[in-house]
Design a binder for this molecule. Structure first.
Ligand code: FES
Length: 547
């Protein structure tokens, strides 16, 4: 019996000889590549989720890869039977929103005042001519996440959104969270992380329905590590106590006035106009990056009188609390569990993901699936299943299943089960513990209680889609009145877009970043206590004010 090879959900009999890339092509899968199977571009990566043993040994061009990643053009099936399941990095399929929700300010309301302007056929950046053309003047806003990359293409003369796209950050081969990427970048000279990402970005930009050379500006936001990797800065110091980026240290030494970065289109390795300006928004401090700064711009914190909180749950959760008078921010290294990483049947919110779960009266699982049939379970599904197991008494608040079982099956299909392991629950408990500890640390440092908050923004794609009541039950978000919770969507890309469209707002972003107080979780005296408490699956209780 030949090996059954399943790539991106499509199965084929693999009898050896051909590469995984060849097999993928034969069933019409568009494998990312710039070198046409030469082993040079490193873009054709696949993540192998089953059957690693059935594959050929790591070839020379793959020596940079860690874990279960392989270059599909260098890998063939060597076993004579079994099952290999793998997938390419996901492109253009991640679920993204075209705008944010419930914000006081949106890019559609921003007064257009871009840095790129036109004077007849002269195209100028800050008044300096960079091109002669009567073609469009376009810009890109990018949110460079540890797990997901989102791009918006905008007409800088009208503010109109022309296109958007998103894809899984291909740098995952260097680890799923920022500390592993820092270690990878330090141990592997040659900027492999940046170059691989640049290849994916190039393909994404070339797929936009415009001439890439008409893109004259790009605003990049992301956590400190992602942003600095993109700008080819050393990220080593971000991984070492006191966790400071090069720009932050240089600013402290008086060598620069801002932590923002600028490079030319040519230097960025992207196919945009060579004289385009690529602006990396300012980071705040330590791991609190440019994405958090962009969130602040999006929720209009510079003018906000009310006390608001922003929680962007992700591999690195960003937390911001404050108003125009005082702002405190923190970054929690929660890990990828709520994005489906490190969970046996976890996956991103793509076609095939179980995104909603209910346990019916007859104890059967009712599943909401993005497309059919189910392939795995994404973050919002994981929250639901934890909440439902808790509600029905099948799991206790310590995350132990009833009757000494260690695995709960959600779905059974032909040759495939989708299940939740007790060890998965443990991963989720720790991710939740980090998030909750961050919340408690930030609120106690600010000297307020959860009830003092007037608006609680749940930011990010994940925050947009999670079930708020289920999240309150398991204690991922505080038990606030639902009227105070706004599932705002991706505020980081919203902020990046606002900064792209308006010089005044970009200045506001720079000013905001400078006056935020950084709450360093690693030195908070009660962080560990908060973490242990937060690992339990029960509503987040208010804590007494303390600092
Ligand atoms: S196709 Fe370029 S490395 Fe495989």
């Amino acid at each position: 019996m030949p090996v059954i090879l399943t790539i991106n959900g499509q199965s084929i009999e693999a009898r050896g000889g051909q590469s995984l890339f060849d097999y993928a092509e034969s069933v019409g899968i568009d494998v990312p590549t710039s070198c046409r199977k030469q082993g040079k571009c490193k873009e054709c990566m696949v993540e192998v989720v089953e059957g690693m043993d059935a594959l050929s040994a790591l070839a020379e061009p793959e020596q940079h890869l860690k874990g279960n990643f392989r270059l599909s053009c260098q890998t063939s099936v060597t076993a004579s039977e079994g099952h290999v399941r793998c997938h390419t990095m996901r492109r253009g399929h991640m679920r993204i929103e075209r705008h944010a929700f419930g914000l006081p300010l949106s890019n559609r309301a921003v007064e257009l005042d871009p840095t790129v302007t036109r004077d007849g056929d002269r195209i100028l950046i800050d008044g300096v001519e960079v091109e002669r053309s009567t073609g469009p003047i376009l810009g890109i806003a990018m949110d460079l996440g540890t797990t997901t990359v989102v791009l918006r293409l905008v007409d800088l003369e009208t503010g109109e959104l022309i296109a958007d796209t998103s894809f899984e950050n291909p740098q995952r081969f260097g680890g799923s969270e920022v500390m592993s990427r820092i270690a990878y970048d330090t141990e592997h000279p040659g900027r492999l992380l940046m170059r691989t990402l640049a290849g994916y970005l190039t393909h994404a930009i070339e797929k936009f329905p415009v001439d890439p050379k008409s893109i004259y500006e790009m605003v990049v936001v992301g956590n400190s590590t992602m942003r600095d990797l993109f700008f080819r800065q050393s990220v080593y110091s971000i991984g070492q106590n006191p966790y400071r980026s090069i720009t932050e240290m240089e600013m402290a030494e008086g060598k620069r006035k801002t932590t923002s970065l600028v490079q030319s289109g040519l230097h960025s390795l992207l196919p945009i106009h060579p004289k385009a300006r690529v602006y990396g928004a300012p980071i705040i401090s330590g791991h609190v990056g440019a994405d958090a700064a962009a969130c602040m711009l999006a929720v209009d914190l510079a003018h906000e009188e009310r006390l608001v909180a922003v929680m962007d749950i992700g591999t690195n959760t960003e937390l911001i609390v404050g108003n125009r008078h005082r702002i405190l921010a923190a970054s929690c290294p929660a890990g990828p569990a709520f994005e489906g990483g490190s969970i046996a049947c976890g996956m991103p919110a793509l076609d095939g993901a179980i995104e909603a779960v209910e346990i019916a009266g007859d104890a059967t699982f009712r599943l909401g699936v993005i497309g059919v049939p189910p392939e795995g379970i994404c973050g919002s599904g994981l929250i639901d299943v934890l909440s439902e197991l808790l509600r029905t008494g099948r799991m206790n608040d310590m995350g132990r299943f009833e009757d000494d079982v260690h695995r709960v099956r959600l779905w059974q299909g032909e040759g495939k089960d989708i299940f939740l392991l007790e060890s998965d629950v443990n991963e989720l408990a720790q991710a939740k513990g980090a998030n909750v500890a961050g919340l408690h640390a930030v609120f106690s440092s600010y000297g307020i209680d959860f009830d003092d908050i007037e608006v609680f923004y749940l930011a990010g794609g994940f925050g947009r889609h999670l079930n708020v009541e289920a999240s309150k039950r398991i204690g991922l978000v505080p038990s606030l009145a639902s009227t105070k919770i706004v599932q705002a969507g991706n505020t980081a890309i919203e902020g990046a877009t606002i900064a792209l469209l308006s010089k005044a707002k970009r200045k506001e972003l720079e000013d905001l970043a400078k006056r935020v107080e950084h709450c360093r979780l690693e030195t908070h005296p009660s962080f560990f206590e908060f973490f242990v408490e937060g690992c339990q699956f029960k509503p987040v209780e208010p804590i007494p004010c303390a600092s």
